[in-house]
Design a protein around this ligand. Structure first.
Ligand code: SF4
Ligand code: SF4
Length: 168
């Protein structure tokens, strides 16, 4: 498998997703699978804020976080490129971004027998389960800080609801 670039896509031989239909034998023919997401590299989490940002990302629909085989972390958004045509070709072939032209069709997610990720989190709970198992100290520390934060918020909202409304 070739090295991913900073956007979570593998670079290698040029993507042959042409403006017009490709020969039916071509692996990209009728596919366009790689045009349905974007991914960007994020920091390997270490602080409360890092883990809490992952929490935030994973609360959103069609967003996931994964760790690749080199241990780099990525944020993935499942969203279709506006220029993918109904016949699954690129509508802006000559003007497409460099990252698209560098994408490898012979090692892409469709052709590779190995997924692009070692770990993948589709939900906050999946992340917590992984953290508990793989980074137990970080998990304990993060959960302690979260519990404290939630307790403070609850106390603050309890105090606010107990006080008389302004002007009463
Ligand atoms: S996922 Fe692979 S086979 Fe499909 S269009 Fe992209 S490069 Fe081609
Ligand atoms: S610009 Fe073209 S190759 Fe790049 S993601 Fe969009 S449809 Fe796919």
């Amino acid at each position: 498998m070739s090295k991913e670039n900073g956007s979570g896509r593998r670079s290698g031989p040029s993507l042959e997703l042409a403006l017009l239909d490709l020969p039916s034998a071509h692996p990209c023919h009728g596919c366009g699978q790689c045009c349905h997401y974007i991914a960007t590299e994020i920091d390997n989490p270490s602080s409360f804020r890092d883990y809490d940002n992952l929490h935030w990302y994973l609360l959103h629909e069609d967003v996931c976080v994964y760790v690749d085989w080199e241990g780099d972390w990525f944020l993935e958004f499942r969203t279709t490129c506006r220029h993918l045509t109904p016949s699954r070709t690129c509508g802006i072939y000559e003007e497409r971004p460099q990252i698209c032209s560098e994408f490898s069709w012979d090692e892409c997610e469709k052709s590779s027998d190995e997924p692009a990720w070692k770990y993948r989190f589709e939900s906050y709970q999946e992340l917590l389960d992984w953290l508990r198992k793989r980074r137990p100290k970080a998990y304990e520390k993060y959960m302690r800080a979260r519990r404290k934060l939630v307790r403070k918020r609850r106390e603050a909202s309890g105090a606010a609801s107990a006080s008389p409304p302004p002007g009463a």
